[in-house]
Design a protein around this ligand. Structure first.
Ligand code: C2E
Ligand code: MG
Ligand code: MG
Length: 693
């Protein structure tokens, strides 16, 4: 997992829904407060502006009162059509227009006055307990005070005093020449205006509620999605517990936090071998049941703080704390032992790869668990499938092996393009007269940076990655080219066998491809023999039969390589029209001191003869073996006793000097040239030359 994905996943794991809900409440409250503020500002503004215009009117009345002589003051005041009264400077009542304007018995201008407010014009506004809504707070701000309304009747009386208006009466004062003038004033609002404002405020409130509800629903759905996403990302649907991502993140956190740095941890890759086979024979559901059981057993067997997860199809990464390797091995053995008995009707196999995590990681606080798990997987992959319930520990050799594979794969195509592969020839001799009867072409890689590499180090890699087909084509082309060159040089050429990998046999037109390659080099097909390894005979028999039939039809001979090395392929001998049987080198190990071995070889030679096949004995190194094979009338011997694989030049020298009896020559364009010789023969000192015929 990349660092970016890892940190994203960690953030997501730590995130929770509470934050979203908190933000929602905060935003909703803020929006409500703003709405309330706007509404109150709107009301205050309209009340203030109306109150100011009333104050202007009262000031005007006061001015008129001052300008008028005493006899006409009542007339001036009554002209205003407002209830009013005047008190002198000592608070004594002077005059009154209208009714119930003041409480004369208490000597107070008006019994209900609860506060006063000095409006912008300097006019004081008095609030009236029995009618007024307007009160003034301590700092002199005008505000509504519904509590000051004594009863609902009075309120409705005031509110609906007029059909089209809502009136808020109150008392206002202004200084006059002989005291203070008190005027009953009224703030009036058009009911329609109030309805509009009310509707707007209500609509804003409803809108706020809707938006809030929508936001809340969205938050709830986000929370649900969040929980689902977390489940998907961090939970395995089979075990209903840790999956790979969670294992990785929590495992790394645990390793980073470990206080006791000397505590040792190991990561294990435990695999249910052939799980897919089980699913094939049963069902996915039954397979998943088994995986669940496996998970639960591992969970139970490991420590509380240890971790396990189910990943991919049938793998279980485990992170275990351990004291020593022996104890760890025993624990894994016991887990595997219990897992094998998970189902009494089946015998299951499990394999484990283990990597020991160093006590103190190289960089403090940086632990890449994935890296160690990868090592554990690589260790597990070194186990053969047949190695049931095996345990492999990771070591440096595994890294070297993988690096080698990587090196080879990186260079393979360039090696073909640059012709770095070299054809070596190992001659085959007839033991009856020591004559050269044939040869096998064996590849060597002369790499400019990796050096001289023998096929055992790269052929298995090519077979695994499919590049072997390229190499086989290359070899066929080069052998055909060499044969053509030697024919042109006038040598008595003998058939050369070329190994063709079983990977090729899935191709329908293999025989045609080989024919075209050989013909492309203008080489007679009877100078090329195709060697098939025994393992190729396990593939599609029908296709193999067709290909062999075609190859023979085109003039090639076909041999079975390494006969007797693997599983018996006697059946293939029965079915397939092969020309040559190559007895595996294994037959000749210890043949001289064991007559049972001789009997087997003798029977194999007889069988081949009965089937009209020629016999080649491979890997013959000793004189006694040669004598025996000669006695058994083995047709050819290919082995170090006669010759090691050698470069083309050396082989050509042998061709030139050899006593081949069954040679193929071409008369027409032959021009006999001096055979090239080389010092670069692979033969080590004393192993070969002395025995050369
Ligand atoms: P193979 O086809 O069975 O080749 C015979 C191997 O036995 C050769 O090993 C040869 O050097 C070795 N050998 C022959 N005589 C003796 C002997 O007396 N003693 C001992 N100890 N060994 C002997 P080599 O060249 O290392 O090749 C190994 C295998 O690699 C071949 O086994 C063949 O399977 C594969 N191979 C080699 N070249 C090619 C190729 O061009 N294409 C393909 N597909 N496979 C190839
Ligand atoms: Mg071979
Ligand atoms: Mg062989």
């Amino acid at each position: 997992m990349s660092n970016t994905s890892r940190s994203k996943a960690m953030k997501l794991r730590k995130s929770h829904a509470g934050w979203g809900i908190f933000m929602f409440i905060l935003i909703f409250l803020m929006a409500s407060v703003i709405l309330a503020l706007i509404a109150s500002m709107l009301i205050t503004f309209s009340v203030n502006s109306k109150a100011l215009s009333e104050a202007d009117a009262v000031n005007y009345m006061a001015k008129l009162y001052d300008l008028t002589d005493e006899k006409n003051t009542d007339l001036v005041l009554s002209n205003s059509n407002r209830d009013c009264y005047v008190l002198d400077k000592d608070g004594n009542y002077l005059t009154e227009i209208g009714k119930n304007t003041c409480d004369q018995s208490s000597g107070q201008p008006f019994s209900g006055i609860v506060g006063s407010y000095t409006a912008g014009t300097g006019v004081k506004i008095y609030t009236d307990k029995s009618h007024g809504f307007l009160t003034v707070d301590e700092s002199g701000n005008l505000e509504f005070d519904y509590k000051s309304v004594l009863s609902i009747e009075q309120l409705t009386d005031v509110l609906y005093a007029d059909e089209d208006y809502v009136s808020f009466p109150y008392w206002t004062s202004a200084p006059v020449k002989d005291g203070t003038l008190f005027v009953k004033t009224v703030i009036r609002f058009d009911i329609n205006d109030l309805i509009y404002v009310g509707i707007i405020i209500l609509a804003a409130g409803v809108l706020l509620l809707f938006v809030g509800a929508a936001m809340f629903a969205n938050i709830i759905s986000n929370i649900v999605d969040h929980v689902k996403m977390k489940r998907l990302l961090f939970m395995d649907h089979i075990s209903d517990d840790h999956n790979w991502v969670r294992f990785l993140i929590e495992g790394e956190e645990m390793l980073k936090k470990r206080r006791n740095k000397s505590k040792k941890y190991a990561v294990v890759n435990l695999v249910f071998v052939k799980y897919r086979n089980f699913v094939l024979c049963h069902s996915v559901e039954e397979g998943e049941d088994q995986l669940r059981k496996v998970y639960n057993i591992i969970r139970r067997k490991i420590g509380k703080k240890d971790m396990v997860a189910h990943v991919s199809t049938s793998s279980f990464p485990i992170l275990i704390a351990y004291k020593d390797e022996k104890e760890l091995r025993m624990l894994i053995h016991s887990i595997i032992g219990e897992l094998e008995k998970i189902d009494s009707d089946h015998k299951f196999a499990f394999q484990a790869g283990v990597d020991l995590i160093p006590a103190s990681p190289k960089k403090r606080n940086v632990v890449f668990l994935e890296h160690y798990y990868n090592n554990a997987c690589a260790a597990r992959m070194t186990l053969e499938e047949t190695d049931e319930s095996g345990i492999a520990f990771f070591n440096q050799k595994i890294i070297d092996e993988h690096k080698w594979i990587d090196n080879i794969q990186e260079r393979q195509q360039r090696a073909i393009d640059n012709e770095e592969f070299v054809v070596y020839y190992q001659p085959k001799y007839d033991p009856s007269d020591n004559s050269l009867k044939g040869a096998e072409a064996l590849v060597r890689w002369n790499s400019p940076d990796l050096g001289f590499i023998s096929p055992g180090r790269f052929i298995p890699i090519f077979e695994e990655n499919g590049f072997i087909t390229e190499l086989d084509h290359y070899m066929i082309r080069h052998v055909a080219r060499d044969q053509r060159r030697w024919l042109n040089s006038g040598y008595n050429c003998v058939p050369v066998s070329v190994n063709v990998s079983r990977a090729h046999f899935i191709e329908d037109d293999l025989a045609d491809q080989i024919r075209d390659l050989v013909r492309g080099e203008n080489c007679p097909t009877n100078l090329i023999e195709i060697e098939l390894t025994e393992s190729a005979f396990f593939d599609d028999k029908k296709a193999l039969l067709t290909t062999i039939g075609k190859l023979k039809e085109y003039g090639f001979s076909v041999s079975m390589d390494d006969f007797g090395s693997g599983y018996s392929s006697l059946n293939s001998l029965k079915d397939l029209p092969l020309d040559v049987l190559k007895l595996d080198a294994g037959f000749f190990r210890g043949i001289s001191d064991d007559d049972r071995g001789e009997k087997v070889v003798s029977a194999a030679i007889k069988l081949a003869k009965d089937l009209s096949m020629k016999v080649v004995a491979e890997g013959v190194e000793e004189k006694g073996q040669v004598e025996f094979l000669k006695h058994e009338e083995c047709d050819m011997i290919q082995g170090f006793y006669f010759a090691r694989p050698m470069p083309g030049e050396d082989y050509a020298a042998r061709l030139a000097g050899g006593t081949a009896t069954e040679t193929v020559t071409e008369s027409a364009e032959e021009t006999v040239a001096e055979p090239e010789t080389s010092e670069s023969c692979e033969t080590p000192e004393g192993a070969d030359g002395a025995n050369e015929p």
